[in-house]
Design a binder for this molecule. Structure first.
Ligand code: 3HC
Length: 354
């Protein structure tokens, strides 16, 4: 991987397509809002969220470098991005489908880096924004940002996609205190229209505005948030998901009925179990665990036993299945059913199809 500005060999169709993407982006930036000035973005973490962020940034015309500790994660990310772009492309003019996919993919470079093994990483001087989407672990985030702080240009903005950790805490060791903030995306990033932009105590007005404008340039609807637990969405959503599991544990209703009820009675696109399976049990457990340590008296932050057990066993949901075509044979929603079968048999719960 040579850098952000590698000269790529384009076919004429690819070139025309790329040109169209550039023009659309330029027009929307010129007429809709103040430009962020951001062009080059590095995303750390090649999981579901990181790859989604990289994809949408590339689709919006940014040059992207996607960095992860593991080669395999980067390969899976590339597959996932291609599959998602193919879905997007299907809605476009047939002739341009493969050109569309190739031109977006050509904007994403990949690089391997493990902050546990190396204390130096050469952040390119052109990097305007770094978005961290690694594991929800404070030590891991501190380690990564201390390496990046030492080598990134002093103008580079640092953002975290944390779901639940305090942004101020994540950046407490970096020198560029005014150039930090939160960019919280939603899964699946290519489909979800929302972006929560989080202002930490030290975030300057200028940085916050740039991050908001960057979100708009990524074609997201931006909401502004303070640095509070779960910001807006997760503060409401995660306790709701946990309560659904507790409802099941108590035997108040069957899983399929809880899912159906929330879809048809509250207008959610997915029921809570379907969504838990989709977001990943490990993510929900990590969020709740962090909050219940900080706020032990809040019962809505308690991790339900079933959720903890499944996550400990590595039964995380659909996210582990990154094989081609997104085909899974066994959803962890089913695992949840098996686990509960002993004391609360559920019948006829049809496995979610993808
Ligand atoms: N990339 C591109 N396109 C995709 C896609 C992806 N990853 N996933 C789905 N699509 C497209 C499909 O191709 C389809 O397009 P079409 O309508 O033109 O055929 C369209 O989206 C609808 O997909 P499906 O028919 O497969 O399924 P749904 O209608 O159920 O939509 C969904 C899928 C968009 C995921 C919808 O179910 C949904 O919005 N679910 C709720 C997701 C949610 O709540 N996310 C937030 C989780 S919380 C979070 O992320 C915070 C974190 O901190 C934990």
């Amino acid at each position: 991987m040579e850098g952000f500005f590698i000269f790529k060999t384009f076919s004429s169709q690819q070139f025309l397509f790329s040109f169209k993407v550039e023009m659309t982006t330029l027009i929307s930036r010129r007429f809709c809002h103040q430009p962020s000035g951001i062009k080059n973005v590095a995303v750390f973490g090649g999981g579901l969220m990181g790859s989604g962020i990289a994809q949408v940034a590339a689709q919006s015309g940014f040059n992207v470098t996607l960095v992860d500790q593991q080669k395999k994660v980067l390969e899976d990310a590339q597959k996932r991005i291609r599959q998602s772009l193919e879905k997007v492309a299907k809605k476009q003019d047939k002739v341009e489908q493969s050109e569309f996919v190739d031109s977006i993919i050509s904007r994403i470079d990949t690089e391997q880096f493990d902050a546990n093994k190396s204390s130096t990483f050469a952040v390119r001087p052109e990097t305007d924004l770094i978005i961290e989407a690694i594991v929800e672990n404070m030590d891991a985030k501190h380690k990564l940002f201390s390496v990046l702080d030492a080598s990134a240009s002093e103008k580079t903005i640092f953002a975290t996609n944390t779901s639940s950790l305090p942004v101020v805490e994540i950046f407490k060791h970096v020198k560029r205190q005014s150039l930090v903030g939160g960019l919280h995306y939603f899964n699946p990033v290519p489909m979800m229209k929302l972006l929560e932009v989080v202002k930490a105590e030290s975030t300057s007005e200028e940085t916050f505005e740039k991050l908001c404008n960057f979100g708009t340039e990524m074609n997201k609807t931006v909401v502004k948030c303070k640095d509070t637990p779960g910001f807006i969405v997760n503060r409401l959503l995660v306790p709701y998901l946990a309560e659904a599991v507790r409802m099941l544990e108590r035997g108040d209703a069957e899983m399929k009925d809880i899912d159906t009820a929330m879809k048809l009675g509250a207008g959610y696109p997915m029921g809570p179990f379907e969504l838990l399976d989709y977001v990943g049990l490990d993510t929900c457990v990590a969020v709740l665990q962090g909050w219940s340590e900080s706020y032990p008296d809040n019962p809505s932050f308690r991790v339900p036993d079933t959720m903890k057990k499944l996550a400990t066993e590595g039964k995380l949901g659909r996210k582990r299945k990154v094989e081609k075509d997104f085909i899974v044979t066994q959803s962890n929603v089913m695992e949840l059913r098996y686990h509960l079968d002993g004391f609360n048999p559920l019948v006829n719960y049809v496995q979610h199809s993808i």
